[in-house]
Design a binder for this molecule. Structure first.
Ligand SMILES: NC(=O)c1ccc[n+]([C@@H]2O[C@H](COP(=O)([O-])OP(=O)(O)OC[C@H]3O[C@@H](n4cnc5c(N)ncnc54)[C@H](OP(=O)(O)O)[C@@H]3O)[C@@H](O)[C@H]2O)c1
Length: 308
């Protein structure tokens, strides 16, 4: 049987070597693959951790004049521009079409479902994005799916993991404990995104769904997750504020996160495709993230503080 998985013969390009892209790249490199990643700043001298960096920033004139040869797997993590631009779609599609790709993973967002009033949504639910950035994202996702490449789109809720938990805000006293009745949020640990990507790409092409939600089992209010983070740190929570009283003081971006209320089903990923979540809830995920942050800090790694 043909193996589609990332193995030592694989040649992997991550377009957008940011938070999730780097975690995926590290996993692919650990499987023995050759891995290239792009970012907008100039690559540093040398190739740390066996990863090879390429500069890709077409908005500032830094194009990839040639892609590495013989790419088997590509992951695209770029955000969508407000004008519906997607630097990879707009600049790399002809070059990607020349590659012998077995799989292209595209990171999308569960924002494409819009506001379900707290009801569950799955991949067959209508896409009725409310936020302009989610509307733009849906249009880019549709362009990728229509590209003729072997695309799987992974729809993500809030991404968390080491460096992306509320620990630092709690320590600094900048965390806000806000309650909006019946409002829930969905989230996913970055390593479960990587796990779901690896699980999806290893499926034979005919078994791969075009759309896949990657969300954990535990939609819940943000006050609950903040409470648990404070418990792990052994620190006090800030005073509870009612959403109606603080909404006027929130930035438009902060406010937009409260606009939609939905529960995202992972039934297709976990039941139909058999993926087992490493972190079914924020409880295991926050504990593991804190342990990793503390281990990096103890080792004096700049990554402990450098995560976005
Ligand atoms: N964060 C969340 O909670 C969340 C939730 C749902 C979906 N998503 C989506 O999931 C994807 C991955 O998220 P992430 O947090 O891992 O992303 P991230 O850390 O921000 O990484 C994004 C990568 O894209 C590159 N990039 C951004 N704009 C670019 C442009 N115009 N041209 C070329 N490269 C560009 C960045 O380059 P530099 O390294 O040079 O900055 C970076 O490498 C994103 O598309 C995000 O919108 C995120």
């Amino acid at each position: 049987m043909t193996s589609w998985a990332v193995n030592p013969d694989a040649r992997v390009l991550v377009i957008g070597g940011g938070y999730t892209g780097q975690r995926f790249a590290a996993s692919a490199a650990a499987a023995g693959a050759r891995v290239w990643l792009t970012r907008r700043s100039a690559p540093e001298a040398g190739n740390a951790d066996g990863l090879q960096w390429l500069r890709f920033d077409p908005a500032n004139g830094h194009h990839l004049t040639a892609l590495p040869d013989g790419l088997s797997h590509v992951l695209v993590t770029l955000p969508t521009g407000s004008d519906d631009s997607d630097a990879a779609l707009d600049h790399l599609l002809p070059a990607l079409r020349q590659q012998p790709l077995a799989w292209l993973g595209y990171l999308s967002t569960t924002g494409v479902y819009g506001d379900s009033g707290g009801a569950w949504v799955d991949e067959d639910s209508p896409t009725e994005p409310t936020l302009p950035r989610s509307q733009a994202r849906l249009r880019c996702e549709q362009r990728w799916l229509a590209s003729g490449l072997p695309v799987m789109s992974f729809r993500l809720p809030a991404i968390y993991g080491p460096g992306r938990c509320p620990f630092e805000q709690l320590r600094q006293g900048s965390a806000r404990l806000v309650h909006k009745p019946a409002q829930v949020f969905c989230r996913i640990h970055v390593d479960d995104i990587v796990g779901a990507l690896m699980h999806g790409l290893a499926l034979p092409p005919e078994a791969r769904p075009a759309l896949l939600n990657v969300s954990d089992d535990t939609p819940c209010p943000s006050s609950e997750t903040l409470g648990y983070a404070a418990h792990l740190l052994g620190c006090k929570l800030p005073p509870l504020q009612r959403f109606e009283t603080v909404a006027a003081s929130m930035s438009p971006m902060a406010l937009s996160f409260w606009a939609d209320n939905r529960r995202v089903s992972n039934r297709r990923l976990c039941q139909e495709l058999g993926y087992r979540l490493r972190y079914p809830s924020y409880r295991e995920g926050f504990a593991a993230s804190l342990a990793e942050e503390q281990a990096l800090a103890a080792a004096g790694s700049p990554r402990a503080a450098a995560q976005p």
